[in-house]
Design a protein around this ligand. Structure first.
Ligand SMILES: CC(C)(COP(=O)(O)OP(=O)(O)OC[C@H]1O[C@@H](n2cnc3c(N)ncnc32)[C@H](O)[C@@H]1OP(=O)(O)O)[C@@H](O)C(=O)NCCC(=O)NCCS
Length: 204
């Protein structure tokens, strides 16, 4: 892992209006939100080859914390089991290259009086510690809270207490620690305690 890129753009590099489509100048990709460096868009079935390659490259980085599918078949199965009412699958792309650098799933979306969802996210290894996740997740937060986005009120991230990178990420984006959920997720062979970090629209 190389040193962090100190020349990266600020955390909320989003001078644009939530919910409006923006087109990358070079790649002509349409983003839900974009800054100068990264943009977010919905994940598509056509992304599978790229996602498989990236997930395989990132096994060591993800091993303890996240489980993106490693094969085309596993991705296909994953796509068809998503409930479109309760899930928004997003990718973070580096605009200049038009390449996927990370992934964010807005899971367990519940509306009515709750208007809340749970985030799952990961960077891919070749793009780690370049500030892409800070910027991209910042855009996801804006999209999730925008009335013409997902119109949510609260987002939570459940993080193992020793996942320093993930805790640093949500702290930087303004999440607050709500509490500890013991034996919360089965990961890397065991039920793992998770800290519950959350942000509401009033906090942005
Ligand atoms: C958590 C994760 C998405 C962060 O991605 P990232 O590429 O490091 O994010 P950014 O580049 O935007 O942020 C970098 C900052 O995060 C912090 N950070 C990153 N890696 C860190 C580490 N290993 N230890 C401590 N802090 C770390 C630093 O504060 C860093 O800032 P710095 O470069 O100025 O020191 C990434 O580490 C990842 O995908 N991990 C595996 C999957 C995972 O944990 N998902 C979340 C499950 S809750």
């Amino acid at each position: 892992m190389g040193p962090p890129d100190k020349a990266r753009a600020p955390k909320y590099d989003v001078p644009l209006v939530p919910g409006r489509a923006h087109v990358g100048i070079i790649t002509r990709v349409t983003y839900l939100l974009a800054g100068t460096v990264v943009g977010i868009r919905k994940v598509e079935v056509d992304d599978v080859d790229e996602l498989v390659r990236l997930a395989r490259e990132s096994v060591e980085l993800h091993r303890r914390w996240a489980t993106p599918p490693q094969t085309e078949q596993a991705w296909a199965a994953w796509f068809v089991t998503r409930d479109p009412q309760a899930w928004a699958g997003l990718v973070i792309c580096e605009i200049a290259a038009g390449a996927i650098v990370g992934q964010v799933n807005v899971n367990n979306i519940v509306y009515a009086a709750f208007r809340s969802a749970a985030l799952g996210y990961n960077v891919f290894a070749s793009s780690a510690r370049r500030g892409f996740m800070t910027q991209g997740l910042g855009q996801v937060i804006r999209y999730a809270f925008a009335e013409d986005g997902l119109a949510l009120h609260r987002l939570e991230a459940n993080i193992q207490p020793d996942n320093a990178a993930s805790i640093a990420l949500v702290k930087r984006l303004g999440f607050r620690l709500e509490g500890l959920s013991p034996d919360f997720l089965f990961l890397d062979g065991a039920w793992r305690d998770h800290e519950r970090w959350a942000i509401t629209s009033e906090m942005v």
